[in-house]
Design a protein around this ligand. Structure first.
Ligand code: GSH
Length: 205
């Protein structure tokens, strides 16, 4: 399999960390692509009409996107413990945490558009403020609700890769007043799957 990837994408890294955690990474060739809505990447558009990474290319089968779908597919390929719990309340907790992580990455990206990516004359401070508020509210929510003691699941992977990217991009920090979240994240970053997938590079718009 091939993974259309980006070394500075939290969504792409989520898939690769998931692949390491499920021992599938050795079956995946990682191919870096730069993507931006203002800089069309033909190779990515050929596989995903949204022009976004990650995309998983499977021999003889259709391409898969986005990161949620690819993780669900990978979870069906390995023989270890499921990282997306198949049923019960554990399933909804894992998927809900994944949803928060996805939303954090999307809001972080919106903040970057309003602070560094969009030309200065086109920025809208109220929109940036609104997304900063979502980050701060989510950090508070995570401090109260993160299931730090449950078995590893997709939500943990999505959250750790997103928080790592938030620090990498120097977005509003989760470090202040969230001791439990901090401790959990620092521990998670020590996992080999995280160490093997460092973030690097700059967005090209
Ligand atoms: N919901 C998607 C989001 C993917 C995404 O936004 N990828 C970014 C890289 S971080 C991208 O390729 N953006 C290009 C664009 O928006 O045109 C997922 O979870 O995979």
């Amino acid at each position: 399999m091939k993974l259309l990837y980006q070394t500075h994408s939290p969504f792409a890294r989520k898939v690769l960390v998931f692949a390491y955690e499920t021992d599938l990474a050795k079956q995946i060739e990682v191919i870096h692509h730069e993507t931006s809505p203002t800089a069309r990447n033909e190779e990515v558009f050929k596989q995903n009409p949204l022009g976004k990474v990650p995309v998983l290319l499977r021999p003889g089968l259709t391409p898969l996107f986005d990161s949620d779908v690819i993780c669900a597919y990978l979870d069906a390929l390995h023989g270890g413990p499921q990282l997306i719990p198949p049923n019960g309340e554990a399933r909804w907790q894992a998927l809900r945490l994944q949803a928060i992580a996805q939303g954090l990455a999307e809001s972080g990206n919106a903040i970057r558009w309003e602070s560094v990516r969009r030309p200065a004359a086109l920025r809208y401070p109220a929109l940036q403020d609104g997304h900063v508020h979502k980050l701060r509210a989510s950090y508070d929510w995570l401090e109260r609700n993160l299931d730090i003691d449950s078995q590893l699941h997709v939500g943990h992977i999505a959250l750790a890769t997103t928080l790592s990217w938030i620090e990498f991009r120097q977005l509003p920090s989760f470090r202040e007043q969230h001791p439990s979240l901090n401790h959990w994240f620092d521990e998670f970053e020590r996992r080999p799957s995280m160490r093997k997938t460092p973030l690097s590079g700059e967005t090209r718009d």
